[in-house]
Design a protein around this ligand. Structure first.
Ligand SMILES: [Fe+2]
Ligand SMILES: [Fe+2]
Length: 349
């Protein structure tokens, strides 16, 4: 079985697991052959990844960070709750806390804190999926740092509603395809303070939750907004969410830009190092994320396709792979194993 991104899916492949849409409706069954119209249908339903059969490859058990069911329920909840907040200016904070606790309990049930992020986005729904993804990523980061559970819950709550202020920003500005004009950019930037004011006015929440909402766009070098705080002046919770927020935004399709690969997103984070982010926290984030899961199909710069065998914890963008098809797309007779950390001329594209 191989995990394949719908971007590199080809007609003729056979499904190894059923595929569901965002509402949980079955789109294709286990064993179904994939035709080009199915690829279009999967993309229309914003399915990002599926599992296909592949001869003579051992079956791999891909462990997700959180179950699809938990993630989809959380997204549904956030969607309904945010719609209510928009209409009534009331936020059901206690139910939101329950969602965060469910996610946290699942994360804490894993022994392996090198958690697989590749399944985070089985189905894409940016507006509300982003809130849930940032919550999951922040909770993983916090867990690997040994932060105590009570504080993790507040951190997760802040993360899941970090962009709540966007409800009160003009949708045309938020979804504008081109570059924002200064006036529009100023309006968009207000979401941080608007969000914090809303939550502060309506609910009993800790300072940590408000810090995340208010300061998640501050930069470590002081160039961010709304207050231009720098370094340790920025509360740690906000510095953590800032990393997870940018990582998720970069790896998501938006109306105004295409997503980039996890590998390119990591490169961006590293390049922005201690200008935008707290570099110590960034190193912790990078150390604990696994951007390729075993059994995932990737395309190499040689034109060949390969299946990921194992990750390299010291160099997450260069796993051990075995080549499954040649550069003409034909399945190879014998699988060649390539260690990308030793073959620097070859990369995953
Ligand atoms: Fe934001
Ligand atoms: Fe965000």
């Amino acid at each position: 079985m191989l995990e394949v991104s719908c971007d590199i899916l080809k007609p003729g492949m056979k499904l190894a697991k059923p595929v569901y849409n965002l509402s949980g409706l079955l789109l294709m069954k286990d064993g179904d052959m994939i035709y080009s119209q199915n690829i279009d249908q999967l993309k229309t339903n914003r399915v990002d990844k599926i599992f296909i059969q592949w001869p003579n490859l051992e079956s791999v058990e891909v462990v997700s960070v959180i179950k699809d069911e938990t993630r989809n329920k959380a997204i549904d909840f956030v969607r309904t709750s945010m719609t209510n907040t928009y209409q009534s200016h009331i936020l059901e904070i206690e139910s939101m806390r329950t969602q965060v606790e469910t996610i946290l309990n699942e994360i804490l049930s894993h022994d392996d804190m090198l958690l697989n992020l590749t399944n985070l986005r089985a189905i894409d729904d940016y507006t509300f999926g982003h809130s849930v993804n940032v919550c999951v990523l922040t909770l993983i980061l916090g867990t690997t740092m040994g932060i105590e559970e009570k504080s993790l819950k507040d951190l997760g709550l802040g993360a899941i509603i970090h962009d709540i202020g966007k409800l009160f920003v003009n949708q045309e500005v938020l979804n504008k395809k081109g570059t924002l004009e200064q006036k529009e950019y100023d309006e968009m930037k207000q979401h941080a303070t608007l969000g914090a004011a809303l939550v502060n006015n309506l609910n009993e929440v800790s300072e940590q939750v408000l810090d995340v909402i208010r300061y998640h766009h501050e930069w470590y070098n002081g160039a961010g907004y709304p207050s231009g705080l720098a370094g340790e002046e920025i509360p740690m919770a906000a510095r953590m969410v800032a990393i997870c927020d940018v990582y998720d935004a970069l790896t998501s399709d938006r109306v105004y830009k295409k997503k980039i690969s996890p590998q390119q997103a990591l490169e961006y984070l590293i390049c922005m190092g201690d200008r935008q982010f707290d570099f110590r926290l960034l190193k912790q984030f990078i150390k604990h994320i696994r951007i390729y899961s075993s059994g995932m199909m990737v395309r190499l710069s040689t034109g060949e396709e390969a299946s990921v065998l194992s990750n390299n914890a010291n160099w997450p963008t260069r796993p051990l792979v075995q080549v499954t098809t040649d550069s003409w797309g034909k399945p190879v007779k014998e699988y060649k194993v390539v260690d990308l950390s030793r073959n620097l001329g070859v990369e995953i594209i």
